[in-house]
Design a binder for this molecule. Structure first.
Ligand code: ADP
Ligand code: F6P
Length: 478
């Protein structure tokens, strides 16, 4: 709907399901803006700090959206969702249909036509808001699986802009993507972009294979040529995301964070081995598998409090979706059982924290942990793994990392695990504890080199360069 308001326009516009901040109404009725959860915000926040631009996104509730406003140099454009749209577009289609399909169907996906209608409606609303704030010839950077119809919708409204899309999560193999009743429409939505970025080469290949299978297109390598008379070619490629290495390392080096790391260890009774898990409470993260391996190590007498303890930070996430509710129940029951059976007075075996924390506290936790457990069953990247090594400028600590994360493709020199193999996971945890310090330092040095050379600034530059050189309309079409 055209607006009577005169909006500012920008040469760079980000569209993401969430704004970088969530609107929260406190108990006293005050409105507060709090940092939104997840890796997308962590990465894009630091990208937007270095260049002017607008960010179109949902403020995280179902109330009337506030007018656009500026925060930390970024022009935020809130998109309103009704409570039904939150249920159907966000919790439903995005997180109960697409999320399971894009993560190996770890839990079954649900298909509902009214969810699909809401997804179409909300994607169109995002595209209209983008069209309003994009300057002539602007670069528009659409984010993630919640907005797969936005690229084509923007192209219809504003054929003058360059459109890129980046998928923060995996792209499924064609056999799983095939289950989606709306598979062709989703692909057509994405093909409105000039460049499509994925975490891994395999994700880009999966996308191209799906195009070949379900649409009348030609494909060659990472290029999809449309046969709709437009002569357009769309490029798909791998551009793995990262973190702000310099900024986070500087934070980790501050005396306050160092002091807090010591304080955390002291308040846990100065254990010999402090293990840490930090995840959104999501079934993709392999938290149940991690706890099972740890519980068995305790039961076998290989590990035990007070010498060893595990801190599991589990950020609340998508709490009204059944699979997430079930996961929370399972995790909390397991933690209770482990502590009941293996804990001691003053020395629980697991410290379970269901909260969000400031960045300083996260850095202090990473500084404090001897072993970081990152055990997803499937994860597009996993920025926590990269954050941990970034904070370990002392070369201390050890990272246990699942082969099923995007991060593993860059950090596979580390202590790798297959979380489905509980016996193997137990052995890997013990190896991460018992490997000689000198060897662990060598591993940590090489992990850090990789993250430092491939930070989020480089990721953004690579993505925007690829968008720049992707073929324009009709160009080099054969
Ligand atoms: P995802 O995007 O699936 O949540 P990532 O590992 O890629 O997973 O990113 C998670 C981001 O959220 C990281 O930057 C991490 O530090 C942050 N984070 C995770 N848990 C918390 C928490 N409890 N409090 C604050 N930040 C958190
Ligand atoms: O990358 C996956 C993702 O859905 C991101 O879009 C977001 O950063 C994160 O997970 C958190 O999810 P939600 O926005 O549903 O809380």
């Amino acid at each position: 709907m055209p607006s009577s308001r005169q909006r500012k326009t920008f040469d760079l516009v980000i569209a993401a399901n969430r704004l970088p901040v969530d609107k929260v109404t406190t108990e006293t009725g005050q409105t507060e803006w709090r940092r939104s959860p997840g890796g997308l915000v962590t990465a894009m926040e630091s990208v937007m700090q270095s260049q002017p631009g607008a960010w179109v996104g949902w403020p995280g509730d179902d109330e009337e959206a506030p007018e656009p406003f500026e925060q930390d140099g970024v022009y935020l454009v809130p998109i309103q969702l009704t409570s039904e749209e939150v249920r159907h577009y966000y919790e439903g289609f995005s997180n109960d249909t697409l999320w399971p399909i894009f993560h190996d169907v770890i839990v079954p996906a649900s298909f509902h036509r009214e969810w699909w209608s809401a997804y179409q409606r909300v994607n169109q609303r995002f595209a209209e808001a983008v069209a309003e704030v994009a300057a002539p010839g602007a670069r528009v950077w659409v984010q993630d699986y919640q907005l797969q119809l936005v690229p084509a919708a923007i192209r219809r409204l504003r054929p003058d802009v360059r459109v890129g899309w980046f998928n923060h999560i995996p792209f499924p193999p064609v056999e799983l993507f095939a289950q989606l009743p709306w598979r062709s429409q989703l692909l057509e939505g994405l093909l409105g972009a000039d460049f499509l970025g994925f975490q891994r080469v395999a994700d880009a290949q999966n996308f191209v294979r799906s195009c070949r299978r379900f649409l009348p297109v030609d494909t060659k390598g990472g290029t999809v040529s449309l046969k709709d008379g437009s002569g357009r070619r769309v490029r798909a490629g791998a551009v793995p995301i990262s973190i702000d290495f310099k900024g986070l390392e500087a934070l980790a080096r501050t005396p306050a964070v160092e002091a807090r790391a010591k304080e955390i260890r002291a308040s846990l009774g100065d254990p010999e081995i402090l293990m840490l898990g930090v995840d959104r409470l999501d079934y993709t993260k392999g938290i149940r598998h991690r706890l099972k391996a740890y519980e068995e190590l305790l039961a076998d007498g290989r590990l035990g409090p007070p010498e060893t303890t595990l801190v599991q930070v589990a950020t609340p996430s998508r709490e009204r979706v059944d699979a997430y509710r079930q996961l929370r129940e399972d995790v909390e029951q397991t933690v209770g059982r482990i502590n009941g059976e293996q804990g001691q007075i003053g020395a629980p075996a697991v410290h379970y924290l269901h909260h969000s924390y400031p960045r300083e506290e996260m850095a202090a936790l990473f500084r404090a942990a001897d072993v970081m457990l990152v055990t997803p069953l499937r994860d597009g990247m996993n920025l926590v793994a990269k954050e941990y090594v970034t904070c370990r400028y002392d070369l201390g600590g050890a990272l246990v990392l699942s082969e099923f994360t995007g991060a593993w493709h860059e950090l596979h020199q580390t202590f790798s695990c297959n979380p489905h193999d509980i016996e193997g996971l137990k052995q890997t945890i013990l190896r991460a504890i018992n490997t000689p310090e000198a060897q662990k330092r060598r591993i940590m040095r090489s992990l850090r080199r990789r993250v430092s050379d491939h930070d989020v600034q480089r990721w953004a530059a690579r993505f925007l360069d690829a968008l720049e050189v992707a073929p324009a309309r009709g160009e080099d079409a054969s």
